[in-house]
Design a protein around this ligand. Structure first.
Ligand code: ADP
Ligand code: MG
Length: 396
């Protein structure tokens, strides 16, 4: 397999750099930035390239527009970048296809150009060759610093690296190194916590993790499928009933591999729209969840047991909230998992996932987590396969 080149291991200077950044931040109801973690994470790569006198052109998507949509303009990203990079001129390029060539030709050092939302162009998702060529024409080299996008075979991820000398940025490098180390040689015991809504999006990674972990702890909506596999009553909880057989297969695989799959023994049930009343605690085995109620969080006995396993772990991977954390009445389980991981400072811990990060990213002790991955789907696929299309595309 040919080698991956990282920007800090090569001498990239005085170049026009097309940087596939990841500024795909969460927006709130007022369309302002809810959390700029993804912007902050790119600052080291930007500064590194600037110090070496490179001229940077940033490419990123924001949200999922199908066409031009002013609500998803990179304008707010440009404004935030200006705060983090004082002294640097940062300009938005409204449409790079029609922009005067002189704008690019006259780009100065200490000037960053940010292209408008790349998903405004349908060719991006189609990985259109001619479109990738037009992007590649803007630069001498390509740098990918968008781990969370590397599982997507789009023009700015896999198309451009066919056309330019290509490198991984600092954030992508850290993601690759940290996650590879943990999946190749985990210190034991290794405890994995998988939560979230749908088991179907996580089956492949759970199968893989069963092979390497000692304990696979489940929670959240996806645990409901396993409750059904054991024929317990779950009221009107979310559940992918069609996955029940798959769940049984996972339990069987775990038994063969000697890995323990751990399910909640008690849960909170209630009404997802009621933010006042905390749910009622019930043991799953008692079959007492009414038909009109939903399981919305893990219960106290489960928290205590999960906490004890996390405390003893030497390697921890966590993806997926274990309850409906968006409702404050049902976020305690997810908070508890977070604090349990943050307090095990002996362990190497990796935490990732879009919703997982929005549940924790403003919390204290975040620096106690060894690695906070910006990848949701990308992290899961990387754990499963050990690589991603966007990473393979960088190999020379
Ligand atoms: P991530 O983005 O971190 O990978 P997912 O997208 O898989 O996580 O799942 C997050 C979603 O799962 C959240 O919106 C959360 O409310 C939901 N969820 C977790 N547990 C439950 C539950 N018991 N009932 C309903 N939704 C749940
Ligand atoms: Mg999600």
């Amino acid at each position: 397999m040919s080698k991956l080149s990282y920007i800090d291991e090569e001498n990239i200077s005085n170049k026009r750099v097309l940087l596939r950044a990841d500024f795909d931040v969460a927006l709130d109801a007022h369309n302002t930035i809810a959390d700029d973690f993804r912007i902050r994470q790119r600052i080291p790569t930007l500064k590194y390239l600037l110090e070496k006198k490179n001229k940077i052109i940033c490419v990123s998507k924001l949200g999922r527009p199908k066409e031009r949509d002013p609500k998803l303009s990179m304008k707010i990203i440009v404004q935030r970048l200006r705060q983090y990079l004082p002294g640097i001129t940062i300009r938005l390029i409204d449409d790079f296809l029609t922009e005067k060539p002189v704008t690019f030709a006259n780009q100065k050092e200490n000037e960053i150009l940010v292209l408008e939302n790349i998903r405004y162009y349908p060719e991006e998702k189609q990985n259109d060759k001619a479109f990738a060529q037009k992007l590649a024409n803007l630069a001498d080299v390509y740098v990918n610093d968008a781990f969370a996008m590397c599982h997507r075979p789009e023009a700015s991820i896999v198309g451009i690296p066919q056309l330019l000398p290509s490198y991984a940025g600092l954030q992508l490098k850290q993601e690759i190194k940290m996650i590879s180390a943990v999946i190749k040689k985990p210190k034991k015991p290794m405890v994995v916590i998988i939560g979230g809504a749908k088991i179907s999006t996580k089956i492949a990674v759970i199968s893989r993790l069963i092979e390497i972990a000692d304990y696979v702890i489940l929670g959240g909506g996806l645990a409901n499928v396993f409750f059904r596999a054991e024929r317990y009553l779950i009221g009107k909880s979310i559940c992918e009933y069609e996955m029940t057989l798959k769940a049984r297969q996972l339990l069987y695989l775990a038994e063969q591999k000697g890995t323990k799959i751990i399910l909640p023994t008690d849960v909170l049930f209630g009404d997802p729209n009621d933010t006042e009343k905390r749910g009622e605690i019930v043991h799953i085995k008692d079959n007492k969840i009414p038909n009109n109620k939903m399981i919305l969080d893990i219960g106290p006995e489960t928290k205590a047991y999960y906490g004890s396993l996390i405390a003893k772990a030497k390697t921890i991977i966590w993806n997926g909230p274990v309850g409906l954390f968006e409702n404050p009445a049902y976020r305690q389980g997810t908070d508890f998992i977070y604090y349990a991981i943050a307090h095990n400072t002996d362990a190497i811990s990796i935490v990732g996932g879009g919703d997982t990060l929005s549940a924790i990213s403003k919390k204290e002790y975040l620096t106690n987590i060894t690695h906070v991955s910006t990848g949701g789907g990308a992290m899961l696929e990387f754990i499963e396969k050990g690589t991603l299309p966007g990473i393979e595309a960088l190999r020379d």
